[in-house]
Design a protein around this ligand. Sequence first.
Ligand code: CP
Length: 306
Amino acid sequence: MIKGKSLIEVNDFSLEEIDDLLSFAGKIIDSEKNYSGLCKGNLIATLFYEPSTRTKFSFESAILRLGGQVIGFADAMTSSVSKGESLIDTIQTISCYADLIIMRHPKEGAPKLASKNSSVPIINGGDGGHQHPTQTLTDLLTIRQLKGPISNFTIGLCGDLKFGRTTHSLTKILLKYPDINFVFISPEELRIPEYIKEGISNNRYQETFSLESCIDTLDILYMTRIQKERFFSEEEYLRLKDSYILDMNIMKMAKNDMIVMHPLPRVNEIATEVDQDDRAVYFKQAKYGMYVRMALISKILGKGGN
Ligand code: CP
């Protein structure tokens, strides 16, 4: 049962709980108006210590569409953090006011620490290069809505697989579904960490630098940005930043029913000409993010059934 639980890593929920959540999100998509007052009377805090467009706005629109109310900050320096207040004290205080706290933080482990010091559930909206569980729920809902059951496909994850928290969370959860094969496409310097690959049998994954060499085998291509903010050296970032640019020439090599996903924001890694291709689903994916967050908030607050 999700009611009252924090979500720090995607594995905090069982597969059954995730599938139930995705089904509920599907119901909300089909008849959103039926759920418009579900969280009336609830007050939810969004604490963003790091910039965000999709996560912050999709959560806030999810709350408002459910009839709830939002407090919070998009810049911690407008709060008493600027006076040196600790994360623990901030969380202990905000949990006196809100029924649920959604937070993004640049430090890995900060949401976990917050959950140990909060009297209300915490949702991790992304912690450093570690995890981004609600993006993963977004990705799973997108796959389910557009490709059917989550099984029996080959997914290519492309770009910054070293620091890319979205690819880490997604790989970890997809490992639990049947018959999924992975192609990890990255420069040598940005390879997926060993601990993420743990548990994938050798015949279920391959690693390559070349997108062109494997795109025709993919059912899903999950593009990611080379993240400037995670590099210690500007020179290294400049060398790697344009490692991949998906354009229509490369798309011609892909299957007709392959979908292109991206957690966004994008920089150069997908040419804007690809946006017009029906296989480009990243803006639909951003919308599914709002619906899955509606389902998640409702369930944690005990408003969406067990
Ligand atoms: N996908 C994602 O997390 O986007 P934002 O950084 O804009 O929230």
